[in-house]
Ligand binder design. Structure first.
Ligand SMILES: Nc1nc2c(ncn2[C@@H]2O[C@H](COP(=O)(O)OP(=O)(O)OP(=O)(O)O)[C@@H](O)[C@H]2O)c(=O)[nH]1
Ligand SMILES: [Mg+2]
Length: 441
């Protein structure tokens, strides 16, 4: 990828709209713009209200052109945004115009890559930006946004700062032994490392649960009492794990098991039937548990008994269903009293189970959290390595094995953390040494 190239792309959402935006950036973006008939200053952010001169058949197109000098732009290269009418063919023509003036089409995520390389974002944020852009489900978007808000980056950054301080002290001590400077005490050194280690272990543990949660999607059975949820649960997992009886309200606690859904292992969860009003503490608790399961499900299977007319409870649940709800008409082996609303299945005979599995697999495909899982995988590995290096460093400090060894392991730990955050530590360390000790005067 050539980072000096001028790149251009449509930046507004696809489809027609009131306004459309074309974005371009690169060292040569302003000469490029000039070839399209618009002269802009390179020193301050400003807006030029001037038509772009596009090749035929477009000719002169009225636009507002926003210009950012390198120091103020997202990519730290001069940047241009052309705002105009949101007509897709017009926006394409503007992109072509920029290309004929020397720009090339941006690769996916290239604006963000440049922002990252320019130090505008750390790696976890850059990945989060990219996954926000192509998040194809609300859940993925939510996780990505949480990450963007520093969910992962912030604690790691603080930690890295603390460790850089320790290292700065150590290295100053190593390089300037003869000078009369107070360096970090041995006990203080051990304590700082232990402290960092325990918070890094916390981050490692969080990453661990995050990736497990992402790998194993949760599929929850819900519906009013007696519609056959537990029977369906048992048939799907091929084992009689959940109690099935003719009495209403059989399932109280939720029951969960691994389910091989078209080759993907997911967690299938059977819950207590949804009731109108809880009549006892046990009921109330069971209802709460059911709600919690549904709220955190990747996919919900709303079970409706096809041998019974719909009642208010069914209607209530139908009304509150979401994009991740699949409607299931249960007991399809019995005479039906209403039209089907979803997939007809029988937990008793096994009819329709294959189609149900396929529907769940398809729904899970759409809620794939791959972008988030990728970040978590990459981070987990680096964070684990950093934990190990810090453990060695702590041991060296405790054994008074010498500051060189402590510093060496710290550097390894910082290197791994730097990989998560996409930062290089050596320059930072030098900066700190210079700013704190005025070495080099
Ligand atoms: N004919 C037929 N009966 C079924 C089927 N599934 C469940 N039943 C019967 O319906 C009754 C209730 O089944 P359960 O699976 O316990 O229902 P549930 O939805 O788990 O009920 P709660 O746990 O009380 O919420 C039992 O008597 C089952 O034998 C089915 O596919 N066909
Ligand atoms: Mg049950």
């Amino acid at each position: 990828m050539q980072l000096e190239d001028t790149i251009v792309a449509v930046a507004s959402a696809p489809g027609g709209a009131m306004r459309g935006i074309v974005r371009a950036t690169g060292e040569q973006v302003l000469p490029c713009l000039q070839r399209l008939g618009v002269r802009a200053e390179s020193t301050r952010p400003h807006v030029v209200e001037q038509p772009l001169q596009l090749p035929r058949p477009w000719g002169s197109v009225p636009c507002s052109i926003y210009i950012w000098p390198a120091a103020r732009s997202y990519t730290r290269q001069p940047a241009v945004e052309v705002h105009t009418v949101g007509s897709p063919p017009l926006l394409e023509a503007i992109v072509s115009g920029f290309r004929s003036a020397g720009a090339r089409l941006a690769d996916p995520g290239e604006f963000t890559l440049r922002a990252f390389l320019a130090g505008r974002l750390d790696l976890t944020q850059a990945e989060a930006v990219l996954s926000v852009i192509d998040a194809n489900s609300d859940r993925e978007l939510q996780v990505a946004l949480e990450q963007l808000g520093g969910g992962l980056g912030a604690p790691l950054k603080t930690l890295r700062d603390d460790l850089l301080d320790v290292l700065a002290h150590l290295e100053a001590g190593l390089d300037f032994v003869e000078d009369d400077i107070e360096f970090i005490e041995e006990t203080a050194l051990s304590e700082s490392i232990e402290e960092a280690l325990s918070s890094l272990r916390g981050v490692a543990a969080r990453l661990q649960t995050r990736s497990i949660a992402d790998q194993r999607a949760r599929v929850v059975l819900t519906g009013r009492p007696n519609v056959g949820k537990s029977q369906l649960f048992n048939s799907l997992i091929g084992e009689s794990q959940s109690i099935v009886t003719a009495a209403k309200g059989t399932t109280r606690d939720y029951v969960s098991a691994s389910w091989d859904c078209c080759g993907r292992v997911v967690e299938l969860i059977d819950t207590a039937g949804v009731e109108q009003a809880a009549t006892s503490i046990v009921d109330a608790d069971a209802q709460q548990r059911s709600h919690r399961q549904v709220a955190t499900a990747a996919v919900t299977l709303l079970c409706l008994d096809i041998s019974q007319p719909l009642d208010d409870l069914d209607r209530g649940q139908l009304a509150s269903r979401t994009a991740e709800t699949i409607m299931v008409d249960t007991k399809s082996d019995l005479p039906t009293v209403r039209p089907t609303l979803g997939l007809a299945v029988s937990g008793r005979t096994g009819a329709g189970l294959a189609a149900l599995s396929q529907a769940v697999a398809a729904a899970l495909g759409a809620t794939e959290t791959s972008a988030v899982a990728n970040t978590a995988d990459r981070c987990r590995d680096s964070v684990d390595q950093a934990v190990q290096a810090l453990e060695r460093s702590a041991r060296c400090a405790a054994d008074r094995a010498g500051e060189e060894l402590v510093a060496a392991e710290l550097r390894v730990a910082l290197d791994h953390l730097g990989r998560v955050l996409g930062a290089v530590y050596t320059d930072d360390v030098l900066d700190r040494i210079f700013s704190k000790f005025c070495i080099g005067k």
